[in-house]
Ligand binder design. Structure first.
Ligand SMILES: [Zn+2]
Length: 116
């Protein structure tokens, strides 16, 4: 789970992505959401503010595997971002949690049956 490196509280990916697109602007935001490499690069260099403690940090401290999944989720769902209001419509944290749960379940099924 993504956490603030300063206070350790969990971060909402929806909020992180909204901060990112607010920082790069609408046009650039639309562009980076279609290209994973650009998205990761923009996130790495973006200054994100923790809503809980107000401290700022770089996006590169966030878990990379989660950031990649966030990118995929935003692309999988049509209309995931409301560009008029620059808001993310998806509950990214819930989707990430579900994704992790399914992976865990899948792993258990495989190890339980003895198949690889
Ligand atoms: Zn914090």
């Amino acid at each position: 789970m993504a956490r603030c490196p300063v206070c350790g509280r969990p971060l909402d990916w929806r909020d992180v992505v909204e901060q990112l697109i607010a920082r790069v602007g609408k046009e650039e935001g639309k562009r980076i959401l279609t290209d994973k490499e650009s998205f990761m690069k923009a996130l790495d260099g973006a200054v994100i503010r923790c809503p809980a403690c107000g401290e700022e940090f770089y996006g590169r401290v966030l878990p990379r595997d989660e950031a990649e999944k966030v990118f995929v989720l935003l692309n999988d769902f049509k209309g995931s971002v409301n560009w008029d209001e620059m808001k993310v419509r998806l509950r990214l944290n819930s989707l990430l949690a579900l994704d992790t749960m399914l992976e865990e379940w899948d792993r258990r099924q495989k190890s339980g049956s003895g198949k690889v």
